[in-house]
Design a protein around this ligand. Structure first.
Ligand SMILES: CC(C)(COP(=O)(O)OP(=O)(O)OC[C@H]1O[C@@H](n2cnc3c(N)ncnc32)[C@H](O)[C@@H]1OP(=O)(O)O)[C@@H](O)C(=O)NCCC(=O)NCCS
Length: 171
């Protein structure tokens, strides 16, 4: 029997990605975004050595979600959280939230001072990301969707932040 939570999610495990997951991760990213660009980005970040943490969500032994954090060039120890994706037919069941929470926990445990992301404030605000916290940074993605979660209150709130090079290929 498969245990189900009240939200309808089957038993879910979050773990670090393994080399054998690569094809399944590509499929999840392509389905979630409806194009190959984000799957290509994740492959490129792996190849360039910029990945800090890459986690998969596993349901019934299948990869149903994925999240990547990568190293930012910043005045503090910081990572970018992107992309995050959940297989379309499994969305809306808390899987994306579990992946984001696990990525935040990993960054905190690793001593990162800040996490940056580009996203919908209404969604990411619930995890503590704030547009105001990112406003002081000079960044190619500066604007109403650049958000920061400051993990260390001593982290500088100004300065230049550069995303890893593979992001520049993203349209
Ligand atoms: C964004 C995504 C990862 C969320 O995963 P999920 O498993 O559906 O998320 P959860 O079930 O934990 O949370 C669902 C909640 O997020 C909201 N939400 C999901 N995507 C959202 C978006 N792009 N903008 C605003 N809100 C969003 C839902 O409305 C829902 O809100 P509720 O809890 O108030 O009902 C998933 O929808 C996805 O893969 N989307 C396509 C790819 C994408 O846009 N990724 C984000 C940019 S990197």
């Amino acid at each position: 029997m498969v245990a189900r939570s009240p939200a309808g999610a089957m038993d879910l495990a979050i773990r670090e990605e393994r080399p054998g997951d690569a094809n399944a991760i590509r499929a999840v990213l392509e389905q979630a975004f409806g194009r190959a660009a984000e799957a290509d980005l994740v492959d490129a970040l792996r190849a360039s050595g910029d990945v800090v943490t890459a986690l998969v969500a596993i349901e019934a032994e299948k990869v149903v979600g994925h999240v990547t954090t990568s190293r930012l060039d910043a005045p503090m120890r910081a990572v970018a959280l992107a992309p995050v994706a959940v297989r379309p037919e499994r969305q809306g069941r808390g899987i994306g939230s579990r992946l984001i929470e696990a990525a935040i926990a990993a960054a905190r445990a690793a001593g990162e001072q800040s996490i940056l992301l580009l996203g919908e404030p209404a969604f990411y605000g619930r995890f503590g990301f704030r547009v105001e916290a990112a406003r002081g940074y000079a960044c190619a993605y500066a604007g109403p969707f650049l958000m920061a979660l400051t993990l260390d209150p001593a982290a500088p709130m100004r300065g230049r932040i550069d995303y890893p090079a593979p992001f520049s290929a993203l349209g």
